[in-house]
Design a binder for this molecule. Sequence first.
Ligand code: FE
Ligand code: FE
Length: 192
Amino acid sequence: MTEIDDIKEYLKENLSEKRYNHSLGVADEAVRLAERYGADKLKAYIAGLVHDCAKEIKNDEAKKLLKEKYSVTIDMVMMNTHKLLHGPLGACMIQDLFDINDIEIIDAVKYHTTAKASMNLLTKIIYIADYIEPNRDFEGVDDLRKIAYEDIDEAIMVGVDWTISELIEKNSMFHPDTVHARNFLLFQKANL
Ligand code: FE
Ligand code: FE
């Protein structure tokens, strides 16, 4: 794997200052959550650091890279929702650029926007760290920060509900994985 300092150097050059700082914030928050829930702290830091590495790649370029360079098939919703492409693309890029082969880190990056059913702990941590890292400032964020350290599944449920409500409001599509994530959490809660 590429040295962390070199990964940071790449991100600094390829992301806006705001997004670079957000990435550092997610990495630090992910370490705190890993500490709280007993996950691997180094993996959490790395996954947080690289989760948005593909976010500033333009839509057409992102589609082209996924199709031609990485031979990844993208479903219809993903293809038509620009915000979603950087998850799967980032998962390919971190293997390619930084030689990161850890399947948990790859999954955490891949699903950090949509979430999915049956997420592993690291994926949950990155999903929620992305919402609550210290630079985030939106109504309700402090409540979500509290919930995140009490019950991570509950926090994910809140995040997923926000995402879905926002998409409905904008009359946008939401990805099936987001629906699966929500149903899975509800089944789990009801012990079904
Ligand atoms: Fe993202
Ligand atoms: Fe992010």
